[in-house]
Design a protein around this ligand. Structure first.
Ligand SMILES: [Zn+2]
Length: 267
């Protein structure tokens, strides 16, 4: 009898222990589920935060730094940054005045450019070549003296052909900028031709290199500076080889609007 009670008692104990064990396991499972759910929510929140951070980073580079005092904030219009240092207008009516100090970078062929457009130029040339084209830079930065020599040589050639000095000057100015009025003195202009057609004439526009450059140069901040239908406004004949660096924002707008630099700056 005693044995039976003892056994029964033990059984009861075991039942209680088993119930307790189930309860504990259940409790731990509940805690685990809660912990997992909390962890998931935190991760999700973190991911959302990262996405919004990335978005902010992507847009802040295009807008002015709003922490600047108002008078120091660059003025933004449809034309981009209006006080853009790359939009200096140089043409027959706007000569470079005073000292023009340019920090120069040397290209692999020895030509020099304003160092601020060097990387974009390099990228444009690399991509142009990667597309199967054969671009050759045949002129870049020119000193004032170099421009003068070029101008005088051409003028003398006209005089040798029988032109009067005045007519020779007028004729020369149609293809070579009067010293002081050449963008090449800025270090932001380049003459680029096709390796298989190294002539500075209208035939240049039909070369694969020019077709590529006319279509893509704006992506790198360069514009075809003297388009065919703008000679009256630019004062320079059609030059399907002369590219001018104006920065990517302005170049994209000028390309999209189909205007020349003079028109763009007057808008
Ligand atoms: Zn040129």
């Amino acid at each position: 009898m005693e044995n039976y009670i003892e056994t029964e008692h033990r059984r009861q104990n075991m039942r209680v222990q088993r119930r307790n064990r189930y309860f504990t396991i259940g409790y731990i499972c509940c805690l685990l589920v809660i912990a997992l759910a909390a962890g998931f929510l935190v991760e999700k929140e973190k991911a959302a935060q990262e996405v919004s951070n990335t978005k902010q980073e992507g847009t802040t580079s295009d807008v002015p730094n709003l922490t600047l005092p108002i008078e120091e904030q660059p003025q933004v219009t449809k034309k981009g940054l209006i006080n853009n240092e790359f939009l200096t207008l140089v043409n027959p009516w706007h000569a470079i005045t005073g000292e023009n100090e340019v920090k120069l970078a040397e290209l692999s062929n020895g030509y020099l450019v304003d160092e601020r457009c060097y990387q974009d130029l390099q990228n444009m040339m690399d991509d142009c070549r990667a597309s199967g084209m054969t671009p050759v830079i045949c002129s870049a930065y020119r000193t004032h003296q170099k421009q003068e020599t070029l101008f005088n040589n051409q003028m003398n050639a006209y005089i040798a052909q029988g032109y009067s000095e005045e007519d020779a000057r007028t004729e020369t100015a149609k293809s070579i900028a009067v010293p002081g009025t050449s963008e090449h003195e800025l270090g932001l202009a380049l003459d680029i031709v096709d390796y298989n057609y190294q002539l500075l004439n209208e035939g240049q526009e039909d070369t694969p290199t020019q077709k590529w450059l006319m279509e893509n140069s704006w992506k790198y901040g360069f514009i075809l500076r003297y388009p065919n239908d703008k000679s009256e406004i630019t004062g320079i004949i059609y030059e399907p080889w002369h590219y001018r660096y104006v920065g990517k924002t302005a170049a994209a707008e000028i390309f999209e609007m189909g205007v020349c630099l003079e028109e763009y700056l007057e808008e």
